[in-house]
Design a protein around this ligand. Structure first.
Ligand code: SF4
Length: 399
Protein backbone atom coordinates (compact mmCIF):
# COMPACT_ATOMS: atom_id res chain seq x y z
CA UNK A 1 0.00 0.00 0.00
CA UNK A 2 1.12 3.57 -0.73
CA UNK A 3 0.66 7.10 0.44
CA UNK A 4 0.24 9.15 -2.70
CA UNK A 5 0.54 12.86 -2.13
CA UNK A 6 1.44 16.18 -3.80
CA UNK A 7 5.08 17.22 -3.32
CA UNK A 8 4.11 20.17 -1.09
CA UNK A 9 2.38 17.86 1.43
CA UNK A 10 5.45 16.57 3.27
CA UNK A 11 6.80 19.98 4.26
CA UNK A 12 3.55 21.87 4.93
CA UNK A 13 3.68 23.79 8.22
CA UNK A 14 0.96 25.96 9.74
CA UNK A 15 2.30 29.49 10.35
CA UNK A 16 -0.17 30.10 13.22
CA UNK A 17 -0.06 33.73 14.38
CA UNK A 18 1.60 34.84 11.13
CA UNK A 19 -1.25 33.55 8.95
CA UNK A 20 -2.78 36.19 6.62
CA UNK A 21 -6.19 34.45 6.46
CA UNK A 22 -6.49 32.24 9.52
CA UNK A 23 -8.81 29.25 9.49
CA UNK A 24 -9.76 30.29 13.05
CA UNK A 25 -11.61 33.34 11.73
CA UNK A 26 -14.99 33.07 10.02
CA UNK A 27 -15.34 29.26 10.06
CA UNK A 28 -17.89 27.19 11.96
CA UNK A 29 -15.57 24.47 13.37
CA UNK A 30 -17.09 21.21 14.57
CA UNK A 31 -16.32 19.46 17.87
CA UNK A 32 -17.83 16.27 19.28
CA UNK A 33 -19.13 16.21 22.86
CA UNK A 34 -16.36 13.75 23.82
CA UNK A 35 -13.71 16.15 22.49
CA UNK A 36 -15.21 19.05 24.48
CA UNK A 37 -15.37 16.92 27.65
CA UNK A 38 -11.74 15.88 27.22
CA UNK A 39 -10.67 19.56 27.50
CA UNK A 40 -13.05 20.40 30.37
CA UNK A 41 -11.87 17.36 32.37
CA UNK A 42 -8.16 17.83 31.66
CA UNK A 43 -6.24 18.00 34.97
CA UNK A 44 -4.46 21.22 33.90
CA UNK A 45 -7.52 23.00 32.44
CA UNK A 46 -7.72 26.45 34.06
CA UNK A 47 -11.09 27.66 35.47
CA UNK A 48 -11.11 30.41 32.77
CA UNK A 49 -10.64 27.94 29.90
CA UNK A 50 -13.26 25.61 31.41
CA UNK A 51 -15.78 28.48 31.60
CA UNK A 52 -14.97 29.47 28.01
CA UNK A 53 -15.44 25.86 26.83
CA UNK A 54 -18.83 25.69 28.55
CA UNK A 55 -20.12 28.85 26.86
CA UNK A 56 -18.59 28.59 23.37
CA UNK A 57 -20.44 25.80 21.55
CA UNK A 58 -23.92 25.25 20.12
CA UNK A 59 -25.39 21.90 19.19
CA UNK A 60 -25.57 20.88 15.52
CA UNK A 61 -26.60 17.22 15.65
CA UNK A 62 -27.86 14.87 18.38
CA UNK A 63 -26.26 11.41 18.40
CA UNK A 64 -24.38 9.08 20.81
CA UNK A 65 -21.55 11.60 20.64
CA UNK A 66 -23.42 14.84 19.76
CA UNK A 67 -21.86 17.27 17.29
CA UNK A 68 -21.32 20.92 18.29
CA UNK A 69 -20.06 23.97 16.40
CA UNK A 70 -17.88 26.71 17.89
CA UNK A 71 -19.92 29.89 18.42
CA UNK A 72 -17.86 32.64 16.79
CA UNK A 73 -17.53 36.06 18.44
CA UNK A 74 -19.14 39.16 16.90
CA UNK A 75 -15.93 39.86 14.98
CA UNK A 76 -16.15 36.26 13.55
CA UNK A 77 -13.03 35.15 15.47
CA UNK A 78 -12.93 31.80 17.23
CA UNK A 79 -13.38 32.51 20.99
CA UNK A 80 -10.26 30.42 21.70
CA UNK A 81 -8.06 32.54 19.44
CA UNK A 82 -5.73 34.76 21.48
CA UNK A 83 -4.91 38.34 20.52
CA UNK A 84 -1.66 37.17 18.94
CA UNK A 85 -3.63 34.59 16.88
CA UNK A 86 -2.69 31.42 18.71
CA UNK A 87 -5.07 28.74 19.91
CA UNK A 88 -5.63 29.07 23.66
CA UNK A 89 -6.49 25.35 24.05
CA UNK A 90 -3.28 24.30 22.34
CA UNK A 91 -1.19 26.85 24.25
CA UNK A 92 -2.61 25.84 27.65
CA UNK A 93 -2.97 22.07 27.25
CA UNK A 94 -1.14 20.97 24.09
CA UNK A 95 -2.15 19.95 20.55
CA UNK A 96 -3.47 16.57 21.73
CA UNK A 97 -6.49 18.37 23.24
CA UNK A 98 -7.63 19.84 19.92
CA UNK A 99 -10.63 18.37 18.09
CA UNK A 100 -10.00 16.13 15.05
CA UNK A 101 -11.07 18.93 12.71
CA UNK A 102 -8.76 21.51 14.34
CA UNK A 103 -5.76 19.20 14.53
CA UNK A 104 -5.99 17.84 11.01
CA UNK A 105 -6.86 20.95 8.91
CA UNK A 106 -5.75 21.75 6.19
CA UNK A 107 -4.64 18.15 5.67
CA UNK A 108 -7.12 15.62 4.31
CA UNK A 109 -7.04 12.02 3.07
CA UNK A 110 -9.07 9.58 1.08
CA UNK A 111 -8.41 5.87 0.83
CA UNK A 112 -8.90 3.69 -2.24
CA UNK A 113 -8.08 -0.01 -2.81
CA UNK A 114 -4.29 0.28 -2.67
CA UNK A 115 -3.62 3.90 -1.90
CA UNK A 116 -4.12 6.57 0.71
CA UNK A 117 -4.22 9.94 -1.08
CA UNK A 118 -2.99 12.79 1.14
CA UNK A 119 -3.49 16.44 0.25
CA UNK A 120 -4.14 19.86 1.76
CA UNK A 121 -7.03 22.23 1.19
CA UNK A 122 -5.99 25.36 -0.70
CA UNK A 123 -8.39 27.38 1.47
CA UNK A 124 -5.25 27.59 3.62
CA UNK A 125 -3.25 30.52 2.17
CA UNK A 126 0.08 28.80 2.83
CA UNK A 127 -0.97 25.84 0.68
CA UNK A 128 -2.28 28.21 -1.99
CA UNK A 129 0.99 30.13 -1.91
CA UNK A 130 2.95 26.94 -2.61
CA UNK A 131 0.66 26.01 -5.51
CA UNK A 132 0.95 29.47 -7.05
CA UNK A 133 4.70 29.74 -6.62
CA UNK A 134 6.34 26.32 -6.72
CA UNK A 135 6.49 24.44 -10.00
CA UNK A 136 5.53 20.77 -9.74
CA UNK A 137 4.33 21.23 -6.14
CA UNK A 138 1.08 19.42 -7.09
CA UNK A 139 2.86 16.45 -8.73
CA UNK A 140 1.98 13.24 -6.92
CA UNK A 141 4.74 11.20 -5.28
CA UNK A 142 4.50 7.74 -3.69
CA UNK A 143 5.59 6.64 -0.23
CA UNK A 144 5.36 2.96 0.61
CA UNK A 145 3.61 2.29 3.92
CA UNK A 146 2.88 -0.69 6.12
CA UNK A 147 -0.65 -2.07 6.01
CA UNK A 148 -3.23 -1.51 7.29
CA UNK A 149 -3.42 2.25 7.21
CA UNK A 150 -5.72 4.04 9.65
CA UNK A 151 -5.96 7.78 9.20
CA UNK A 152 -8.04 10.12 11.34
CA UNK A 153 -10.96 11.47 9.27
CA UNK A 154 -9.87 9.66 6.08
CA UNK A 155 -12.69 9.35 3.59
CA UNK A 156 -13.45 5.99 2.06
CA UNK A 157 -16.42 4.74 0.08
CA UNK A 158 -18.21 2.17 2.24
CA UNK A 159 -19.28 -1.25 0.95
CA UNK A 160 -22.88 0.04 1.05
CA UNK A 161 -21.96 3.02 -1.20
CA UNK A 162 -20.03 0.72 -3.55
CA UNK A 163 -23.10 -1.51 -3.77
CA UNK A 164 -25.39 1.42 -4.59
CA UNK A 165 -22.90 3.27 -6.83
CA UNK A 166 -20.62 0.61 -8.38
CA UNK A 167 -18.44 3.15 -10.23
CA UNK A 168 -16.93 4.03 -6.81
CA UNK A 169 -15.26 0.58 -6.84
CA UNK A 170 -12.86 2.12 -9.40
CA UNK A 171 -12.08 5.22 -7.35
CA UNK A 172 -8.32 4.78 -7.72
CA UNK A 173 -8.28 4.09 -11.48
CA UNK A 174 -10.62 7.03 -12.14
CA UNK A 175 -8.63 9.41 -9.91
CA UNK A 176 -5.40 8.47 -11.69
CA UNK A 177 -6.98 8.90 -15.13
CA UNK A 178 -8.14 12.45 -14.42
CA UNK A 179 -4.87 13.37 -12.67
CA UNK A 180 -2.97 12.21 -15.76
CA UNK A 181 -5.26 14.13 -18.12
CA UNK A 182 -5.01 17.43 -16.23
CA UNK A 183 -1.26 17.17 -15.56
CA UNK A 184 -0.29 16.53 -19.20
CA UNK A 185 2.17 19.33 -19.94
CA UNK A 186 1.91 18.93 -23.72
CA UNK A 187 -1.40 20.83 -23.66
CA UNK A 188 -2.75 23.91 -21.91
CA UNK A 189 -4.74 23.32 -18.71
CA UNK A 190 -7.84 24.61 -20.50
CA UNK A 191 -7.44 22.00 -23.27
CA UNK A 192 -6.88 19.27 -20.69
CA UNK A 193 -10.03 20.23 -18.77
CA UNK A 194 -12.02 19.93 -22.02
CA UNK A 195 -10.39 16.55 -22.77
CA UNK A 196 -11.39 15.54 -19.24
CA UNK A 197 -15.00 16.48 -19.99
CA UNK A 198 -14.99 14.12 -22.99
CA UNK A 199 -13.48 11.35 -20.85
CA UNK A 200 -16.10 11.94 -18.15
CA UNK A 201 -18.85 11.74 -20.77
CA UNK A 202 -17.52 8.38 -22.01
CA UNK A 203 -17.26 6.91 -18.52
CA UNK A 204 -20.78 8.14 -17.71
CA UNK A 205 -22.13 6.33 -20.79
CA UNK A 206 -20.42 3.11 -19.66
CA UNK A 207 -21.83 3.46 -16.14
CA UNK A 208 -25.33 4.47 -17.41
CA UNK A 209 -25.47 1.25 -19.44
CA UNK A 210 -24.80 -0.64 -16.21
CA UNK A 211 -21.47 -1.90 -17.67
CA UNK A 212 -19.52 -1.16 -14.51
CA UNK A 213 -17.10 -4.03 -15.12
CA UNK A 214 -16.16 -2.34 -18.38
CA UNK A 215 -14.93 0.82 -16.64
CA UNK A 216 -11.25 -0.34 -16.59
CA UNK A 217 -11.54 -1.14 -20.31
CA UNK A 218 -13.15 2.26 -21.01
CA UNK A 219 -10.25 3.91 -19.12
CA UNK A 220 -7.73 2.06 -21.33
CA UNK A 221 -9.64 3.19 -24.42
CA UNK A 222 -9.70 6.82 -23.23
CA UNK A 223 -5.95 6.72 -22.56
CA UNK A 224 -5.34 5.41 -26.12
CA UNK A 225 -7.48 8.17 -27.64
CA UNK A 226 -5.69 10.83 -25.59
CA UNK A 227 -2.38 9.47 -26.75
CA UNK A 228 -3.41 9.67 -30.41
CA UNK A 229 -4.32 13.38 -30.03
CA UNK A 230 -7.46 12.82 -32.12
CA UNK A 231 -9.59 15.32 -30.17
CA UNK A 232 -7.02 18.11 -30.00
CA UNK A 233 -7.76 19.73 -33.35
CA UNK A 234 -11.46 20.16 -32.65
CA UNK A 235 -10.73 21.59 -29.19
CA UNK A 236 -8.27 24.08 -30.66
CA UNK A 237 -10.98 25.24 -33.08
CA UNK A 238 -13.45 26.17 -30.33
CA UNK A 239 -13.83 29.95 -30.35
CA UNK A 240 -13.90 31.65 -26.93
CA UNK A 241 -17.14 33.38 -25.93
CA UNK A 242 -15.83 35.91 -23.40
CA UNK A 243 -19.16 37.50 -22.74
CA UNK A 244 -20.94 34.21 -21.88
CA UNK A 245 -18.00 32.97 -19.85
CA UNK A 246 -17.55 36.14 -17.84
CA UNK A 247 -21.24 36.74 -17.17
CA UNK A 248 -22.01 33.13 -16.19
CA UNK A 249 -18.95 32.46 -14.02
CA UNK A 250 -19.12 35.99 -12.59
CA UNK A 251 -22.78 35.52 -11.60
CA UNK A 252 -22.08 32.12 -9.98
CA UNK A 253 -19.18 33.61 -8.06
CA UNK A 254 -21.08 36.66 -6.91
CA UNK A 255 -23.92 34.40 -5.74
CA UNK A 256 -21.64 32.13 -3.70
CA UNK A 257 -19.05 34.56 -2.35
CA UNK A 258 -21.36 37.57 -1.90
CA UNK A 259 -18.54 39.65 -3.45
CA UNK A 260 -19.47 41.70 -6.49
CA UNK A 261 -17.01 40.17 -8.93
CA UNK A 262 -18.86 41.44 -11.99
CA UNK A 263 -18.39 45.16 -11.26
CA UNK A 264 -14.60 45.31 -11.96
CA UNK A 265 -15.09 44.06 -15.54
CA UNK A 266 -18.29 45.98 -16.32
CA UNK A 267 -18.52 49.25 -18.26
CA UNK A 268 -20.25 52.41 -17.03
CA UNK A 269 -23.63 51.01 -18.17
CA UNK A 270 -23.17 47.86 -16.10
CA UNK A 271 -22.53 45.61 -19.14
CA UNK A 272 -19.67 43.07 -19.17
CA UNK A 273 -16.75 44.63 -21.02
CA UNK A 274 -15.00 42.05 -23.18
CA UNK A 275 -12.20 44.57 -23.70
CA UNK A 276 -11.59 44.84 -19.94
CA UNK A 277 -11.76 41.06 -19.55
CA UNK A 278 -9.16 40.62 -22.29
CA UNK A 279 -6.90 43.24 -20.68
CA UNK A 280 -7.24 41.33 -17.40
CA UNK A 281 -6.23 38.08 -19.12
CA UNK A 282 -3.20 39.79 -20.67
CA UNK A 283 -2.17 41.30 -17.32
CA UNK A 284 -2.59 37.92 -15.65
CA UNK A 285 -0.35 36.31 -18.29
CA UNK A 286 2.29 39.03 -17.66
CA UNK A 287 2.06 38.65 -13.88
CA UNK A 288 2.47 34.89 -14.02
CA UNK A 289 4.81 34.75 -17.02
CA UNK A 290 7.48 32.96 -14.95
CA UNK A 291 4.90 30.82 -13.16
CA UNK A 292 2.76 29.49 -15.98
CA UNK A 293 2.25 26.35 -13.89
CA UNK A 294 -0.05 28.11 -11.39
CA UNK A 295 -3.39 27.14 -12.95
CA UNK A 296 -2.26 23.53 -13.48
CA UNK A 297 -1.28 23.22 -9.82
CA UNK A 298 -4.62 24.66 -8.71
CA UNK A 299 -6.51 22.38 -11.13
CA UNK A 300 -4.68 19.30 -9.83
CA UNK A 301 -5.26 20.12 -6.19
CA UNK A 302 -8.93 20.81 -6.86
CA UNK A 303 -9.27 17.29 -8.35
CA UNK A 304 -8.25 15.86 -4.97
CA UNK A 305 -10.26 18.33 -2.88
CA UNK A 306 -13.51 17.64 -4.74
CA UNK A 307 -12.72 13.90 -5.16
CA UNK A 308 -13.50 14.34 -8.85
CA UNK A 309 -15.54 12.87 -10.45
CA UNK A 310 -17.16 10.53 -7.91
CA UNK A 311 -18.49 13.03 -5.44
CA UNK A 312 -21.33 13.65 -4.65
CA UNK A 313 -22.11 9.97 -5.28
CA UNK A 314 -25.75 10.56 -6.11
CA UNK A 315 -24.66 12.54 -9.20
CA UNK A 316 -23.13 10.89 -12.26
CA UNK A 317 -19.47 11.11 -13.32
CA UNK A 318 -20.09 13.80 -15.94
CA UNK A 319 -22.17 15.99 -13.62
CA UNK A 320 -19.46 15.84 -10.96
CA UNK A 321 -16.82 16.65 -13.53
CA UNK A 322 -18.90 19.62 -14.69
CA UNK A 323 -18.91 20.92 -11.13
CA UNK A 324 -15.11 20.68 -11.09
CA UNK A 325 -14.73 22.48 -14.44
CA UNK A 326 -17.07 25.27 -13.33
CA UNK A 327 -15.23 25.65 -9.99
CA UNK A 328 -11.88 25.87 -11.78
CA UNK A 329 -13.38 28.28 -14.33
CA UNK A 330 -14.50 30.47 -11.41
CA UNK A 331 -11.01 30.43 -9.91
CA UNK A 332 -9.53 31.53 -13.21
CA UNK A 333 -12.22 34.18 -13.64
CA UNK A 334 -11.46 35.53 -10.13
CA UNK A 335 -7.77 35.68 -11.07
CA UNK A 336 -8.61 37.69 -14.21
CA UNK A 337 -10.72 40.09 -12.11
CA UNK A 338 -7.81 40.38 -9.64
CA UNK A 339 -5.53 41.29 -12.55
CA UNK A 340 -8.06 43.89 -13.82
CA UNK A 341 -7.93 45.51 -10.37
CA UNK A 342 -4.17 45.99 -10.79
CA UNK A 343 -4.29 47.55 -14.26
CA UNK A 344 -3.30 50.97 -12.86
CA UNK A 345 -0.30 49.56 -10.97
CA UNK A 346 3.29 49.24 -12.10
CA UNK A 347 4.37 45.75 -13.04
CA UNK A 348 6.09 44.97 -9.71
CA UNK A 349 3.14 46.17 -7.64
CA UNK A 350 0.76 44.30 -9.96
CA UNK A 351 2.59 41.00 -9.38
CA UNK A 352 2.35 41.40 -5.59
CA UNK A 353 -1.24 42.65 -5.56
CA UNK A 354 -2.52 40.07 -8.07
CA UNK A 355 -0.85 37.30 -6.10
CA UNK A 356 -2.52 38.55 -2.88
CA UNK A 357 -5.98 38.86 -4.43
CA UNK A 358 -5.73 35.51 -6.24
CA UNK A 359 -4.69 33.81 -2.98
CA UNK A 360 -7.57 35.37 -1.03
CA UNK A 361 -10.32 34.91 -3.63
CA UNK A 362 -9.23 31.35 -4.40
CA UNK A 363 -9.30 30.58 -0.68
CA UNK A 364 -12.87 31.94 -0.49
CA UNK A 365 -13.91 29.84 -3.50
CA UNK A 366 -12.17 26.77 -2.10
CA UNK A 367 -13.94 27.36 1.26
CA UNK A 368 -17.26 27.48 -0.57
CA UNK A 369 -16.90 24.34 -2.65
CA UNK A 370 -14.51 21.98 -0.87
CA UNK A 371 -16.01 22.48 2.58
CA UNK A 372 -19.68 22.97 1.87
CA UNK A 373 -21.63 20.02 0.39
CA UNK A 374 -24.85 22.11 0.29
CA UNK A 375 -23.20 24.72 -1.94
CA UNK A 376 -21.78 22.00 -4.19
CA UNK A 377 -25.30 20.66 -4.68
CA UNK A 378 -26.68 24.15 -5.23
CA UNK A 379 -24.10 24.92 -7.93
CA UNK A 380 -24.95 21.70 -9.74
CA UNK A 381 -28.66 22.57 -9.59
CA UNK A 382 -27.96 26.06 -10.96
CA UNK A 383 -25.92 24.57 -13.83
CA UNK A 384 -28.63 22.03 -14.54
CA UNK A 385 -31.39 24.68 -14.65
CA UNK A 386 -29.29 26.79 -17.03
CA UNK A 387 -28.68 23.67 -19.19
CA UNK A 388 -24.92 24.04 -18.77
CA UNK A 389 -24.23 20.35 -18.10
CA UNK A 390 -22.76 19.64 -21.54
CA UNK A 391 -19.14 19.30 -22.78
CA UNK A 392 -19.76 22.28 -25.08
CA UNK A 393 -20.63 24.56 -22.17
CA UNK A 394 -17.68 23.36 -20.12
CA UNK A 395 -15.47 24.13 -23.13
CA UNK A 396 -16.87 27.67 -23.21
CA UNK A 397 -16.14 28.14 -19.50
CA UNK A 398 -12.51 27.18 -20.01
CA UNK A 399 -11.65 28.67 -23.42
S1 SF4 B 1 -5.13 28.74 7.38
FE1 SF4 B 1 -3.35 27.33 7.29
S2 SF4 B 1 -1.54 28.51 7.94
FE2 SF4 B 1 -3.41 29.68 8.49
S3 SF4 B 1 -3.81 29.15 10.64
FE3 SF4 B 1 -5.02 27.73 9.39
S4 SF4 B 1 -3.71 25.94 8.99
FE4 SF4 B 1 -2.40 27.57 9.78
Amino acid sequence: MFFRQPRYFADFKCVGGECPNSCCIGWAIFWNKSEIDKVINAPNCSPELKALMESSFHIIKESDDPLYAVTLKDDRRCPFLTEDNFCRIQRELGAEYLSDVCSIYPRAHFITKNTCYNYCFMSCPIVMHKLLNEDRSADLVNLRIKEPVTMKNALKFSDKTKGEHPATEYHEEITELFYDIISDRKNSVETNVILGALAAQLLTKTADNGDYDKIPLAIQEIRKQLHSGAELKSIENIKPNYSLKASTLGKFLTFFTKLNLLAPISDENGNISVELYNKGEQRLAEVYKDKTFWLRNVALNLLLELRVPLYPVERNIFENYALYAASLGMMKYAAVVAAVLTLGNTNDDAVKKTDEIVTTTSAIIARNFAHSPEKVKLLLEMMERAKFLTPAHLALFMK
